[in-house]
Design a protein around this ligand. Structure first.
Ligand code: NAG
Ligand code: NAG
Ligand code: NAG
Ligand code: NAG
Length: 208
C-alpha cells in the first residue's frame, strides 16, 4: 500500500511536468509513461511504517495537540535571553502603577526566564491601585475554550519580597465578565523563595 501511494504520487508529478514542457514546445507531441508498480522493484518498506504530515500552523501543535491553554506560559517565546518577549501576555495597569520586566531568575533549569512585576500602587493609602488591580493577562491561543461547570487548573510559581494576595481569574474575552476567580494569599516567609501554587477554577459561565 505504501509503495503504491509513493508511486502514484510520482506519476502525477511526471504528468504535470510533462504537460508543462509539452505546452512550451509542441502541443501535438505525445509521450508514453510506463510505471511498473510491482512490489518486486521497489525497496522493501516495513509494514509498520506509517507517514504523516504535520505542520504547526493555526496552533495545531502548541494549543492544539498540546492542550495547554496559556500561550507563552513560561515567558520563553523570546528565547533564553532577557529582555524576553512576553507576547501575547498583556499588562493590566500602566507605568504609574506597575513595572513589568523579565529576568533570568526562575527556578527552572531549562528556562531561566521569569516575569518580574514591580507593583507601585497599594490597596490603601495615597497611591491606590486602579479598580480591578494591576497585573498581567493571557488571551490563550486565539482565546481559551472555557466551559461552564468545568474545572481549570492554574499553576504558578511565585517568589516575592513581601506578603502576597494575588487574584487569579478566568474572564470573558473582553475582561468584563469574571467566569471564575480565586486568591493566592501567602506570607513573606512562604514566598521568599520560589513556591508552587495550584488553583482550581470552576467556570461559572462559558467564555464569550
Ligand atoms: C497539431 O495538430 C493539428 C491537427 O493535426 C494541426 O492542425 C496543428 O497545426 C498541429 N499543431 C502543431 C503546433 O504542430
Ligand atoms: C530556592 O529554591 C531553589 C530551587 O527552586 C533552591 O535551589 C535554592 O537553594 C533555594 N534558596 C533558598 C535560599 O532556599
Ligand atoms: C495610568 O492609569 C491611571 C488610571 O488607572 C491614569 O489616571 C493615569 O493617567 C495613567 N498614567 C499614564 C502615564 O498613562
Ligand atoms: C485579598 O484581596 C481581595 C481582593 O482581590 C480582598 O477581597 C481580600 O480581602 C484580600 N485578602 C486578604 C487576606 O488580604
Amino acid at each position: 500500500m505504501g509503495t503504491y501511494k509513493v508511486l502514484a504520487l510520482y506519476v502525477l508529478l511526471c504528468c504535470f511536468l510533462f504537460q508543462c514542457f509539452a505546452g512550451g514546445l509542441d502541443t501535438n507531441q505525445t509521450a508514453e509513461l510506463l510505471v511498473d508498480a510491482s512490489q518486486a522493484l521497489g525497496p522493501p518498506i516495513s509494514p509498520t511504517l506509517f507517514g504523516i504530515f504535520f505542520e504547526e500552523i493555526n496552533h495545531a501543535g502548541a494549543g492544539g495537540l498540546w492542550a495547554e491553554l496559556v500561550s507563552n506560559r513560561g515567558f520563553e517565546a523570546g528565547g533564553p535571553n532577557t529582555p524576553s518577549n512576553i507576547d501575547p501576555w498583556s499588562i493590566i495597569g500602566n507605568e504609574s502603577s506597575l513595572i513589568v520586566s523579565t529576568d533570568r531568575s526562575s527556578c527552572f533549569e531549562r528556562n531561566k526566564v521569569a516575569l518580574r512585576m514591580e507593583v507601585l500602587c497599594d490597596s490603601q493609602g495615597a497611591n491606590n491601585c486602579p479598580v480591578g488591580g494591576v497585573g498581567i493577562y493571557n488571551p490563550g491561543f486565539w482565546g481559551m475554550n472555557v466551559e461552564k461547570g468545568k474545572t481549570y487548573s492554574v499553576i504558578l510559581y511565585v517568589r516575592s519580597s513581601g506578603a502576597i494576595n494575588v487574584s487569579v481569574s478566568l474572564t470573558s474575552s473582553n475582561g468584563l465578565q469574571t467566569l471564575a476567580a480565586a486568591n493566592i494569599i501567602a506570607s513573606v516567609s512562604q514566598v521568599s523563595n520560589w513556591t508552587k501554587f495550584e488553583v482550581l477554577l470552576e467556570a461559572k459561565g462559558n467564555k464569550s
